[in-house]
Design a protein around this ligand. Sequence first.
Ligand code: PMP
Ligand code: GLN
Length: 388
Amino acid sequence: MNRRFNPVFAGLPTTIFTVMSGLATQHGAINLGQGFPDDAGPEDVRAKAAEALMNGSNQYPPMQGIPALREAVAEHYRRFHAVDLDWTNEVIVTSGATEALAAAIMGLLAPGDEAVLLEPAYDSYAPQVRSVGGVPRFVRLEPPRWPITAEALEQVTTPRTRIVVFNNPLNPAARVYGPEELQVLADWCRRHDVIAVCDEVWEHLAFDGRAHTPLIALEGMRERCVKIGSAGKIFSLTGWKVGWICAAPELLAVIAKVHQFLTFTTPPNLQAAAAYGLGKADSYFLEMRAMYARSRDRLARGLTQEGFAVILSEGTYFLNVDLAASGLNIDDESFCRRAVVEAGVAAIPVSAFYERDPVRNVVRLCFAKKDSTIDAGIERLAKARRMM
Ligand code: PMP
Ligand code: GLN
């Protein structure tokens, strides 16, 4: 039997999200691991998808995405960020941000080209880079503030550096990068002629009045950013897998050629519903933020009362705890394994997002849950803490 598989994938473990959700099911645990809300999501957006499924076309939509959604994406970013995009040649629809990332990386990197990845890095980036013969170069970010510096970027820069993958707000760190660090990154991109693949799926989840600024809005970055978004995150419907890519026509043209052979299209009814949703009033987006900020505060308050050292969460669905600062002498992976098996609560070890010199004392918890789920999670984490 021929067992010469692609070594990039054959050697990979199953993603930590699947592993932890599997353990959560197996042990009947409260799942604060994989990031997904435990409610049904906005009814009007789901109704729109149902209506489009029954009354609209269910045949292949256009390869670039339905015009209504591409127009809605352009209009959405004009409204929220004053970014001016021509929907006819600067926006395409993908099957989730995951496909968007794959298409961008495959389209932009040639074998031997280098991609700068900031760790902790979402776990699909490095394998996608390697699958096209690209070479990841890692910048290590550290808690509690996870700062990005020009020095760290310069250290990994070579003449082969082609792209940086920049996730802002940053999962799993829950950091929202503001003007100073964005400027550091933009200056470095321009200095070394680097394209930024901007994974901005958490764009609407920035808390406490923080504004998300897309890197593409900075001076000189309009032509060198590939901006990626996801309806799954914006509408709390993570299973939908409707994403999009915004970029200057020259960049988008090559990325679209990858997309046409990865998935070609995305279910048309979900596209129609995402288009409807992006047009919702500002109040929808503000209320969603406020709701998740309340959940974050509830989890933070409960954990603090139980003696956990909580790291500030500026955005995303996630809150991190520092085990060492909580007085726990255990690494994140062991903590998470024991917590799910022995205390009935699943979390994500942040070391899973590092290849080089992992931070091993931070555990990620998802607060996009009902109050009752959060409260039960706190109780079980307190139990886990007492056991260790
Ligand atoms: N990038 C990041 C940083 C994410 O957190 C996620 C999903 N949680 C994705 C990409 C994937 O998004 P999608 O589900 O739209 O593929
Ligand atoms: N992005 C989600 C998280 O960070 C999980 C996505 C997945 O399961 N692939 O939890």
